[in-house]
Design a protein. Structure first.
Length: 124
């Protein structure tokens, strides 16, 4: 059963600006996310950051409560061995997911030129 659906779009220039502010990416992204993104060529890295940030925002919308009280770096977007995106939750993000009866998370990411979009579905 679907418990929630969220969608979000992030303008890629937002991430370009954030890359120039010391410590800002570390505030919003899990260390493993940043390590994974930094392995990509620079033009793809910024797209990946934007898509991952959109997924975090979409997760909050799917919860139905937004992201209030959650640390964004507790929502980790990673790719499996085939490149499919997955979300891992930690701390309060995991607690919020479990509180609404969440059992499974589905995420889809896309990006092109100036925008990145994510859709998150929470199943119970």
């Amino acid at each position: 059963m679907i418990l929630g659906i969220g969608i979000d779009v992030v303008h890629v220039n937002r991430m370009r600006k954030w890359q120039r502010v010391e410590g800002l990416l570390q505030r919003y992204f899990h260390p493993d996310e940043l390590a994974s993104v930094r392995k990509r060529q620079e033009s793809l890295a910024v797209l990946s950051l934007a898509a991952r940030f959109a997924a975090k925002e979409a997760f909050g919308k799917a919860l139905g409560t937004g992201l209030k009280g959650l640390a964004l770096k507790e929502i980790q977007v990673e790719n499996n061995y085939n490149g499919k995106p997955d979300i891992r939750l930690f701390g309060k993000a995991r607690e919020a997911f479990e509180k609404i009866g969440g059992k499974n998370l589905l995420v889809s990411l896309t990006h092109e030129k100036d925008n990145a979009i994510a859709v998150v579905i929470i199943e119970g």
